[in-house]
Design a protein around this ligand. Structure first.
Ligand code: LR7
Ligand code: MN
Length: 593
């Protein structure tokens, strides 16, 4: 069993002030609940507030949680599965507000503070690598719009904590006219008081979107290399040196780190497989397995991987080259499409694009974008149309055959970009497809038949940790499917235990999933924590399907921060729900064989 139990006192756990983490104690005095809440919501009046503490780190958080999980993928590294535990209504409010405003768990983000170690996810061969000392210096540009304060500050501090100072020329934060007050007053105060002078904040007087936002940031930068990051990242050890070394070797080479996954629900940092960027004819970015032809060689674990496209948010590029190559298309708005545009432009106009496996940066992947565009425009479509008309030549028909409605849609003036393409003497899109992305399937008008060869790693089946009935002590009953379980899912209820019935058997596996009858996973809606848990198809990405067994026989749901309880233990209905963990008998479960 991969659970390491730690001791913690029940008093501590139910103490609401402690629940907020040690920095809620300001100047030796406990903050009143309202002030605590204000501090965490970032809307407090001036005064003691942990968000202006540069050392803010919930380093005592281990004491309040019981369930430390060893993640086999991460070796010795542990993550706290109960970091999201709800202790009171303020926690609940903060969590819900976080999902609303940011589409990730802000309660956990705040509890983590501004500094944390992340597991070194690099291949061991990367540790043997050394890099020249005379690398070019970097200007890190981070655009943000309505970002969670703690996520933004953790991004900045991760760069400061894990980049040698002599390589970091500056960090340029571009506020894209955010609406939240703490990103103005408190951020300015924080930067001024606690951050080195090389951290600069630029404010857009109106919303520009991330594309023009990056151009504005780059125009203020003076370092030799530009490094772009999203505002909810955490860089890993030795992240920058391999990127700078590649750009120094060839200024026309643009490089991306491997983008590790920070879970939106648990903020756990985990390793991504090394994949590369592609796209489909809907002009959406996608990840591809690396073709066999691109692997191979003794140093395959550390060698740069040629990538047809980039995801967009995280890359390093010589600043002069960025300018020569035409920065971005300033006619593109808010979000979307610029990543494919710059990728095509790099390859077609004489540059190169690589993913550097020894450089790793974590990014919070969320399930929805929490913001829209100012007038509700579909900027992805607008931007994709522009890039299709400038770069795709006859292959734009591939896009239009999927989106015939767009054929006659206007996309503004693109003459400057067409001019740029001429001036740079770029190759055709056919050249790009033939030479850079021969794996691309081409159906329809410009069809070409072929079969790509991919490395097949095969699906991984999570290891079984325990198998048995999910027994509820107080009622002497077992948790089972309400009706006949189907692939579609359904509710779970308590019924009389039947030890001969395989439909009552749960598997608890190393992904911390609870799988009933080898078929469906116990799942909890992240956005509506008032809904009861249900059976769903297993998705394998943690969060809503992650459960842990903790102190007092509790069954804790990682994503909602609450425990499974029987609603009316003395009645006959046997329905269950999620509730604040209180150690009561209605919340005691045992998985038994
Ligand atoms: O109007 C805006 N102004 C901004 O400054 C909208 C957004 N932004 C900021 C925002 O705060 C964030 O820092 O721009 C950054 C990117 O926005 P996200 O994080 O909402 O976008 P994303 O991570 O879903 O988007 C990916 O695709 C985008 C397409 O335009 C950009 O290229 C993002 O940088 C890109 N992110 C990544 O590549 C990280 C890995 C994700 C993958 C795959
Ligand atoms: Mn992002």
């Amino acid at each position: 069993f991969a659970l390491t139990r730690r001791r913690s006192s029940p008093a501590l756990e139910l103490d609401s002030a402690r629940g907020l983490g040690p920095r809620a104690v300001a100047g030796g005095k406990m903050l009143q609940p309202e002030a605590q809440k204000a501090a965490f919501l970032g809307c407090g009046r001036r005064g003691p507030s942990h968000i202006l503490d540069p050392q803010f780190k919930a380093n005592k958080i281990d004491d309040m949680i019981d369930n430390q999980i060893e993640d086999p993928e991460k070796g010795q590294q542990k993550f706290s599965s109960e970091l999201g535990m709800i202790f009171n209504e303020h926690d609940q409010e903060l969590r819900d507000l976080g999902y609303q405003k940011h589409a990730f768990n802000m309660l956990i983000s705040n509890r983590l503070g501004y500094h944390r170690d992340v597991p070194d996810t690099r291949n061991a061969a990367c540790e043997e690598k050394s890099y020249p000392t005379d690398l070019p210096v970097a200007s890190v540009v981070i655009c943000f719009y309505n970002e969670a304060f703690s996520a933004l500050l953790r991004t900045v501090h991760s760069v400061l904590d894990r980049t040698p100072a002599y390589l970091l020329h500056e960090i340029i934060l571009v506020d894209d006219d955010s609406d939240f007050d703490d990103l103005k007053g408190e951020l300015d105060e924080y930067v001024q008081k606690y951050l080195p002078a090389k951290i600069k904040v630029i404010r857009n007087p109106r919303r520009e979107g991330l594309i023009r936002g990056r151009m504005i940031g780059a125009a203020h930068a003076t370092g030799e290399v530009l490094v772009f990051l999203d505002s909810h990242c955490e860089v890993n050890v030795m992240w920058l040196q391999p990127l700078l070394a590649a750009v120094r070797g060839d200024p026309h080479t643009v490089v991306c780190p491997v983008i590790d996954i920070i879970s939106a629900d648990t903020l756990a940092y985990s390793s991504s497989p090394v994949v590369r960027g592609g796209f489909n004819w809907g002009l959406h970015f996608k990840w591809d397995l690396v073709p066999l032809s691109e692997l191979g060689g003794a140093d395959s674990a550390t060698a740069p991987i040629k990538s047809p496209t980039m995801a967009g948010g995280l890359f390093a590029m010589n600043r002069q080259y960025f300018n020569e190559l035409g920065q971005y298309d300033s006619g593109m708005d808010i979000w979307g499409g610029e990543n494919l545009e710059i990728s095509f432009r790099i390859w077609m106009c004489g540059g190169k694009l690589f993913i550097i496996p020894c450089s790793r940066v974590g990014h919070i992947f969320r399930k929805r974008r929490p913001y829209g565009s100012p007038e509700g425009q579909d900027t992805m479509t607008h931007n994709s149309l522009r890039l299709a008309h400038v770069w795709l030549d006859e292959y734009k028909e591939q896009y239009f055959s999927l989106r015939p409605d767009l054929k006659t849609k206007s996309y503004g003036n693109i003459s400057e970009r067409v001019e740029l393409r001429k001036k740079l003497g770029c190759q055709s899109f056919k050249w790009y497809l033939d030479n850079i992305y021969p794996e691309m399937q081409i159906p329809g008008p410009n069809a070409k038949a072929q079969q790509p060869i991919f490395v097949n790693r095969g699906p991984k089946r999570p290891r079984v940790l325990q198998r048995g009935r999910l027994y509820h002590f107080q009622t002497n009953k077992c948790l089972v499917a309400q009706g006949r379980p189907s692939q579609k899912g359904g509710l779970v209820v308590l019924k009389t235990c039947n030890y001969g019935d395989p439909a009552q058997v749960w598997i608890y596996n190393e992904e911390h999933e609870l799988v009933l009858n080898n078929l469906l996973c116990l799942d909890m809606s992240e956005t509506r924590s008032s809904d009861p848990p249900r059976l769903m198809k297993c998705h394998g990405s943690g969060g809503s399907q992650q459960w842990t067994f903790g102190k007092n026989n509790r069954l804790y749901q990682v994503s909602v921060g609450q425990c499974l309880k029987v609603v009316d233990p003395l009645g006959q209905k046997g329905s269950v729900a999620m509730a604040i963990c209180d150690g009561s008998s209605s919340q005691q479960w045992h998985l038994e064989g």
